[in-house]
Design a protein around this ligand. Structure first.
Ligand SMILES: Nc1ncnc2c1ncn2[C@@H]1O[C@H](COP(=O)(O)OP(=O)(O)O)[C@@H](O)[C@H]1O
Ligand SMILES: [Mg+2]
Ligand SMILES: [Zn+2]
Length: 487
């Protein structure tokens, strides 16, 4: 007796259809699974057997062969448990095979038969919808996520529930309404906490309004980290198509917060400087997206940039250029989107005293040279806004609190809306100023384009009807590498 369940395997962010076929023979009882790649799938045998008996169903005393096709597709993860169990139950006529064939299924079984959530359910649901399937059986925790794909989810808490539903003995329980609502998903500290630092605040606002890469440099203890961590609070929410893209990535990485199927605010990822290259750009078995992809349509924050390993920084050049990361693996390449905004902080020298009127730098010339060398020209060139943050004077710190994040976000959202309304022309004076700067600084082609983009953002924030010379001048003021004292 033969029966089949349809499920999906992840290739990067993409779900490929996998047919799980269970074959029962009258022979010496045995249980074999073929077509599985990793150990997690072999462990599936234990969970499936135990899950079926815990659900008070019959474990067929036959020779059971489960085949996952196509064989050449690498299959990772624990989401095959439920489809394997259902195929065996259909082959032994404990659930109706014709009804099962119209469904896709995904989920991990506990030894007690309970269903556990797995990553990548949104992608699997999208695969099921593309394949013309009616419904997806998945764990109750994942049902709202599955329905983002525009397919009907059948939430299942226990294998016995799935069986009762397929036999037509009961309706599936309703899908839990997502609790996303309008509550912010993370509580972001407020910009009002930051005293002084007007120029850095302005750079942060420009960065938010135009998704520009920002580098804050200066002595320690002056609010660089504080400012960078307040960026999410002034960013607008994600538009629906971007929200779905970000959700797909976070789902595959198993990073969705429970009860919040849709990621609606731009992600803010802050990997530690000891993070490995694979952790930052992705990889490993699977492979899984890294921090750069988790930051897609959001912010990648590298605090203390110079502390990161050189190979980690070099690995970021590809996504900064292409907005994507391509990972080589057996049988081809996997591409993860990684269009993030890079925000970084650094000291001006290893001891940190440089640029601080109250301290004296103790760094040797060789140490200073090595420090500057690490932040290759190529990497520094990727920042649109370079800001040297000074140590605030005592009277700046006594000043009243700065503007709130809500007030700044209002302007940022207005700038985003204007950007969508149409192109903005550059005045003749603005173009002349830009051309002169290209020769005088000099600016590379990439540098010129970055200045032009920041100038446009300044004009959008000002609500101007064209990009004027004053906007180009402001953009240029944030571009000079001599500002960092690095050249
Ligand atoms: N401009 C500032 N306004 C208010 N508090 C500040 C400011 N700069 C520094 N601080 C205080 O000093 C602490 C350290 O600041 P931090 O942002 O970590 O400095 P940095 O990253 O520049 O080394 C902050 O948590 C805050 O309490
Ligand atoms: Mg800091
Ligand atoms: Zn120093």
């Amino acid at each position: 007796m033969l029966a089949r369940t349809i499920t999906h395997a992840l290739v990067g962010l993409d779900a490929r259809r996998v047919d799980v076929e269970a074959h029962l023979q009258n022979a010496v009882p045995a249980f074999a699974i073929v077509g599985l790649a990793d150990r997690a799938c072999q462990e599936a045998k234990e969970r499936v057997r135990s899950g079926i008996t815990s659900a008070a169903l019959d474990w067929p005393v036959r020779r059971i062969t489960v085949n996952l096709a196509p064989a050449e597709l690498r299959k990772e993860g624990s989401g095959f448990d439920l489809p394997i169990a259902l195929a065996i139950l259909a082959a032994s006529r404990q659930v109706p095979p014709e009804r099962l064939a119209r469904h896709a299924a995904v989920g991990e079984l506990g030894l007690d038969g309970r269903l556990r959530p797995v990553g990548g359910v949104l992608a699997a649901a999208e695969g099921a919808r593309r394949g013309g399937l009616e419904k997806l059986l998945c764990s109750a925790e994942c049902a709202a996520e599955a329905e983002l794909a525009g397919i009907e989810a059948v939430p299942v808490r226990h294998l016995a529930e799935a069986v009762a539903y397929l036999r037509g003995e009961r309706d599936p329980p309703p899908v839990d309404a997502p609790s996303n609502g309008d509550r912010p998903e993370v509580v972001c500290p407020d910009l009002a906490d930051v005293r002084g630092q007007e120029r850095a605040r302005r750079a942060l606002e420009l960065a938010a309004a135009g998704s520009h890469n920002l580098l804050l440099a200066g002595p320690p203890g002056i609010g660089k980290t504080m400012l960078a961590r307040r960026l999410p609070g002034i960013l607008p929410r994600l538009p629906p198509d971007e929200a779905l893209e970000v959700t797909r990535i976070h789902s595959v990485a198993g990073m969705l917060a429970p009860g919040r199927p849709l990621v609606t605010i731009p992600p803010f990822r802050a990997p530690h400087h000891t993070a490995s290259v694979a952790a930052i750009v992705g990889g490993g078995p699977g492979p899984k997206p890294g921090e750069a992809s988790l930051a897609h349509h959001g912010v990648l924050f590298l605090d203390e940039l110079a502390e990161f390993a050189r190979n980690a920084l070099e690995a970021l050049r590809q996504p900064l250029e292409d907005g994507a990361i391509s990972i080589a693996r057996v049988g081809g390449r996997i591409v993860f989107p990684a269009r993030f905004q890079l925000v970084a902080t650094m000291n001006l020298c290893p001891c940190g005293a440089r640029g601080d009127p109250a301290a004296e730098c103790s760094c040797s010339a060789a140490r200073l040279a090595a420090y500057r060398d690490k932040l290759s020209r190529a990497l520094l060139d990727r920042f649109d806004l370079l800001v040297t943050v000074p140590r605030p004077r005592a009277r700046d710190l006594e000043r009243a609190a700065g503007e709130t994040s809500d007030a700044v976000r209002g302007r940022v959202e207005a700038a985003h809306a204007r950007a969508r309304a149409g192109p903005l022309h550059r005045s003749k004076e603005a173009s002349e100023l830009l051309s002169r700067a290209v020769e005088r600084l000099p600016l590379s082609g990439r540098g010129r384009a970055r200045v032009a983009r920041v100038a446009r953002t300044a004009a959008l924030l000002a609500g101007a009807d064209e990009v004027g010379a004053e906007h180009v001048a402001e953009a240029l003021s944030f571009r000079s590498p001599t500002e960092l004292g690095l050249r």
